[in-house]
Write a protein that binds this ligand. Sequence first.
Ligand SMILES: [Zn+2]
Length: 227
Amino acid sequence: MNLQIFPDIEVYLRRSGRARQLTLRVSSLDGKVSLTAPNHAKTHQIKEFLRGKENWLREKRSQIPESVFVTFGTRLPFMGGDITVCGSSVRKVTLSKDKILIPEHSKRPGAQVGVFLKQYARHLLEKKAAHYAEKLGKPLSKLSLRDTRSRWGSCSDRGALMFSWRLIMAPVEVLEYVVAHEVAHLKHMNHSDQFWTEVKTLYGDYKFERHWLRENGSSLHQFQFYH
Ligand SMILES: [Zn+2]
């Protein structure tokens, strides 16, 4: 059920028998607003609650970067710099300085850029993972790529590494830090002091990189390739 309290913001209302109080959420993905309410909450209570939250809601929504649908002319981050998507007489996607050239009659330039970035990311992530694993003295098993918002990388207890391919849009040192971090988990499956010492030995000081991810990480998710 949708509540229309504010002319420009739709609120999706969900009733729940288990909810004890009104809980308002704004999706960091698309700005959608949802409100969970106990079954017994009255409509006028809900409306009053929402009106009291209006400033908070608007503030929250303004922080979400708007989606950018990648197509010809889009400028997007790539390994710390910027590249522009350009139509060209090339037969396959080609990097050329600060341009990414796409066949000019392509019907889905965004998807082609996405596929290219993923391949590029895989190549670089595999290379860096091999480098750090050798330094650590541990064998690598599986490496897979995902598009997760919740994490940039992970390491399973079987030693399978997973990375977000969007790291290819971050500065290279940020990608390297994430790889060193996950590879260090091959030895320490926790975030103990020994683990962080290992990361430092493998990678070096990582303050900037962690800070960059916290501050800028979500901006890498605004780019939509498959639309
Ligand atoms: Zn970790």
